[in-house]
Write a protein that binds this ligand. Structure first.
Ligand code: ZN
Length: 309
């Protein structure tokens, strides 16, 4: 049985959605495969994204919207939810901006019921709030109750309007303590100068996981000196399309000096548990579903199933 490969950090957006950040994304577009996924007008197409994932050996991808028009870019949750309906390979994620909503818990329940939501992404550095702000607690309570992972940006950003203080990893400590069953994912693992803090949280809290989007995987043993002791808490994310190469990052994980089963855990085994994907739901090497499976989401949403390819 093959462990699925899961990218938990893939930005779905047409060229127009990137707005002011398009020049940054464009600098990677030739190598990242971005142009393979859009039509002649720069509109992203589900069947083209699916083909890219298939080519790169990715069984599932969490597709991220983002509601940060002044700092990064703007892609609505509903656009991503609709996009995800085209393939069981796509898992819908919601970006929730606490400055735009009052009833955060109710919103999460609605997204689960209506769209089979699989995870929540919070972007404190881009939307300027502290993730341990009590305004967010109803959201965490519902996510904990429903088994939905919450992914929170930690670490630095190069975007001009970002405020780095909101990305301090230890802000997640409050949340991990107050919601001990909440699956909490430290996106970027404290990138740049907070790796130690993020790693400590992963060691300290059973419910904290470390996501590696935007980091060159070959550098993990350098960034985290005790990396080998915590491989079961690291999960693969790419940050595509703002990165050089999807298949290159996967190859770097496969080349890490750790046992193959630990590489599998990073590339998808651990994320499969977090996202409620049955370990039997995977694509065969020849890209046909090996068997029909109906891995139900932990939140009772849509079946992860096998890919439709
Ligand atoms: Zn990202």
């Amino acid at each position: 049985m093959k462990t699925p490969v899961i990218d938990v950090h893939l930005h779905a957006s047409s060229i127009s959605g990137w707005g002011r950040q398009w020049p940054f994304v464009e600098s990677f577009a030739a190598t990242s495969g971005f142009y393979e996924t859009v039509d002649a007008n720069g509109v992203m197409k589900p069947e083209l994204v699916e083909a890219l994932l298939r080519r790169c050996g990715i069984d599932y991808a969490l597709l991220l919207p983002e509601l940060s028009p002044l700092t990064t870019y703007y892609v609505e949750n509903e656009w991503v939810f609709e996009f995800c309906k085209h393939s069981t390979r796509f898992l819908p994620c919601a970006n929730i901006n606490p400055h735009l909503e009052h009833d955060l818990g109710g919103l999460v329940r609605r997204y689960i019921a209506e769209h089979g939501l699989r995870a929540i992404k919070l972007a404190p550095t881009y939307q300027h709030f502290y993730p341990n702000d009590s305004r967010l607690y109803p959201l965490y309570a519902v996510a904990e109750e429903c088994g939905l992972p919450v992914h929170i940006h930690t670490g630095t950003s190069i975007f001009r309007q970002a405020k780095i203080k909101y990305g301090y990893p230890l802000l997640l400590d409050d949340i991990a303590v107050d919601f001990p069953r909440l699956k909490l994912v430290a996106v970027h693992s404290g990138r740049r100068f907070w790796y130690d803090e993020a790693f400590f949280l992963g060691e300290q809290h059973e419910n904290v996981y470390l996501e590696i989007a935007g980091l060159p995987p070959k550098k993990l043993p350098e960034y985290f000196p005790k990396f080998k002791t915590l491989t079961h808490k690291f999960i693969f994310g790419s940050d595509w399309p703002a990165m050089p190469s999807l298949e290159g990052n996967i190859a770097q994980v496969r080349a890490l000096p750790i046992p193959p089963e630990d590489q599998d855990a990073i590339l998808g085994g651990t994320a499969a548990r977090l996202l409620g994907i049955g370990t039997e739901t995977f694509t065969d090497q020849d890209e046909r579903p090996r068997r029909q499976s109906h891995g139900e989401s932990a939140v009772g949403g849509r079946s992860a199933g096998t890919t439709s390819s």
